[in-house]
Each structure stands twice: as structure tokens, then as C-alpha cells.
Write a protein that binds this ligand. Structure first.
Ligand code: WQD
Length: 338
């Protein structure tokens, strides 16, 4: 049992909280550092119900260097999983400076605090949006970077910083995990995706229509060059993403190195396919209508997951039915979120 302490910045958020559960199950001790700008401290009780262990949660901001250093001084942190940051594409177009400050300066703050504290294992929460609209599916790690919005650019900039840190020899245990489309929830229904305001992403929007919080889904575009004309994405269960974080941590602690890895299932699913699967899982029909394309959306996007399998021995295990049924359990048992 390792009991090594792992710092999760943004650990009360969607992917962070599910990774917290996976870490506990693997025998690690998560320490959550969060400013609750896009999450709720109420999640702590739920996490402790699931993991049956006490979880340390420190309220703080990644833009406050001293707060971060204090956490390293209070806890013997072995590694950092850096989830904290802003993640709404639309918002990043309207408020780019907020994204560069939080996602780039905030990440530099964390790395600086690690350096002065002698911690050198860093796993960065990156995104497939660094690849932009490539039309070269499946997307592997050798695909060209071409982010189309400030959010995606911030993720790429931090990845470049990580690569340079590794190249300089400053750090020798680094990973950048590029999530395709994390969806679903822990099978207990106790934790899940709880976006503030009207959801920008398809799955939480679908779930809120099914539970009656929203009236109808608008499908953004029906004329894409895809199997049925609607957008195709690589939806991956959030617990599979969480398990990939543990596999990456185990790998870095044993082998070290620099690991930029795409995290997807390798399957492309259209909007209409997701709607049908979600209706089956929830037992609710989803009212929808076609609307115009959303600016900046790609037609089709799915991963080549082979490097994760080769390097980490990890691949996604949970299928689309499970993603939808776990999402529905969370949403129907928590109609208004936390
Ligand atoms: C999926 C498909 C839409 C909403 C996001 C962001 C970012 C990233 C995850 C982390 C598309 C369609 C959506 C709706 C719709 N997170 N859609 N009606 O666009 O792949 O991007 O991926 O990095 O949050 O980059 O995900 O869920 O917004 O859209 O028709 O109300 O659903 O057009 O085809 P996307 P999404």
C-alpha cells in the first residue's frame, strides 16, 4: 500500500474528483487544493462516503504562490495532478486573459512551488482541443497541434512548457494527458458532472433535459461530413480517464520520463447516436431540434488510443451504455447537482 500523498489541484472538479476516488482505490492519499470557482466543497462528504477514508481538502488558489508552497510544507507531497483551470471554450474566446492567467500563469505557479519544494512528478490535465480541426482521425500523439481557441492554446502552451522543462533536465517525471470527451459519473451516483449555469457540453445538457431542468436540446448542425450529418466525438467514461491518471502516476514513479498521451476510446459517436443511447439508459425521450452549426466546432474527433495501451497498459473499459447509465444515475439522484 503506497499511501504516497498526491496533490490534486482542482481536485473537487469533475475529472479531479473522480481521479481522487481512483487514487484512493489504488492506495494513494489525495490532498485536494481548490478555490471552488467551478465546484462545491460539499463533494468532500460524497468522496469520503465512496472511499471510506478521510480526505484532506485545502481551500486555495493556484494564483497564490504562498498558499501552494504552504501545502507542500504541510504535506509530504510525492506528485502533483494539476486539474485546476478554466475550461469553457466559448468563455475563453470572450475572456482570453482570464484563461491565460489561470491556465498558464497558474500552471507556472504550481511548477515553481514544486521546484522550491523538491517535488518533481507532474501530471497535467490537457485536452484534445490542442489538435484543432484536423480531419485526420483517429488522432494520435503525432498529429499536428493547431488549437482554434484560447482555451486550447493555453493547454498547448503549458504542454510546451512541460516539454521544455523535461528537455532542460529541471524535471524528469512529467505527463500531459489529453482528454477527448469525458462523460458519465462514478457508478455510485454520489459524484458527477455539475456544471455551473447552462451546460455548454452535450452530455450534461442531455441529462438536464431528461431530468426536466431544461426543455429541449438543440443539435448544432446536421450537415457535417459524418455518418449521420451530426458532430462525432470520442466520449470516454470519466472513471476510465481517472484510471488513466493512476496508471500514468504508477508509470512515472517507476520509470520517469515525459509522457504526452491521448486519452480516448478510439470510437467516434455522433450526437444522434448519443441521444438514442441516453434515451435507452434513462427511459426518457429527449425533445430535440436541429439548429445551425456552433462556431468553432469540428465535424469529427476521435483518438488513436494505442500509445496509452503500449506505454501504460491502459485502455478504456466502459462502453457508451455505461457512460449514459452512470450519468443518468448521478443526474436523476441529484437533479440540481450538489
Ligand atoms: C459535443 C458535440 C456539438 C451541445 C468540448 C470542449 C471542452 C473539452 C471537451 C476539455 C458537438 C454537439 C453540444 C449542444 C450539440 N473539455 N452539441 N448541442 O465540442 O467536443 O468540446 O470537449 O478539454 O469542454 O472542447 O464537446 O460536448 O460541447 O459537443 O449539438 O447543446 O455535441 O456540436 O458536435 P466538444 P461538446
Amino acid at each position: 500500500m503506497s499511501q504516497e500523498k498526491i496533490l490534486l489541484t482542482g481536485g473537487s472538479g469533475y475529472v479531479g474528483s473522480h481521479s481522487c476516488v481512483a487514487l484512493c482505490e489504488a492506495g494513494y492519499q489525495p490532498v485536494i487544493f481548490d478555490n471552488f470557482s467551478n465546484s462545491s466543497p460539499k463533494i468532500l462528504d460524497r468522496l469520503e462516503q465512496i472511499t471510506k477514508t478521510k480526505i484532506t481538502l485545502v481551500e486555495g488558489d493556484i494564483l497564490n504562490f504562498n498558499q501552494i508552497v504552504n501545502v507542500f510544507q504541510q504535506h509530504n507531497i510525492k506528485a502533483v495532478m494539476h486539474f485546476a483551470g478554466c475550461k469553457a471554450v466559448d468563455d475563453s474566446v470572450k475572456n482570453p486573459l482570464k484563461y491565460y492567467r489561470s491556465n498558464v500563469s497558474g500552471s507556472i505557479n504550481i511548477i515553481d512551488a514544486m521546484k522550491v519544494s523538491g517535488v518533481d512528478v507532474f501530471i497535467f490535465s490537457s485536452s484534445a482541443t490542442i489538435f484543432g480541426d484536423l480531419n485526420v482521425n483517429p488522432i494520435s500523439e503525432s498529429a499536428t497541434f493547431s488549437p482554434k481557441n484560447p482555451y486550447g492554446k493555453t493547454k498547448l502552451f503549458v504542454e510546451e512548457i512541460i516539454a521544455d522543462l523535461f528537455g532542460s533536465g529541471c524535471f524528469s517525471n512529467l505527463a500531459a494527458l489529453r482528454y477527448f470527451n469525458p462523460v458519465g459519473a462514478h457508478h455510485s451516483g454520489l459524484i458527477g458532472e455539475d456544471p455551473k449555469g447552462v451546460p455548454q457540453n452535450l452530455m450534461p445538457y442531455l441529462a438536464q433535459v431528461a431530468v426536466g431542468r431544461l426543455s429541449k436540446l438543440e443539435i448544432f448542425g446536421r450537415d457535417y461530413p459524418t455518418k449521420d450529418g451530426t458532430g462525432v466525438r470520442d466520449y470516454i467514461h470519466v472513471m476510465d480517464v481517472a484510471d488513466a491518471h493512476v496508471a500514468t502516476l504508477d508509470y512515472l514513479l517507476s520509470n520517469g520520463g515525459y509522457l504526452p498521451i491521448n486519452l480516448g476510446t478510439g470510437n467516434g459517436v455522433s450526437v444522434l447516436e448519443l441521444i438514442r443511447t441516453f434515451e435507452k439508459a434513462s427511459g426518457h425521450s429527449i425533445p430535440w431540434s436541429f439548429g445551425p452549426r456552433r462556431k468553432g466546432d469540428a465535424a469529427e474527433y476521435y483518438a488513436d488510443p494505442s500509445l496509452a495501451k503500449k506505454k501504460l497498459g491502459w485502455s478504456a473499459k466502459r462502453n457508451l451504455d455505461t457512460m449514459c447509465s452512470d450519468m443518468w444515475r448521478w443526474q436523476s439522484e441529484n437533479p440540481h447537482g450538489y
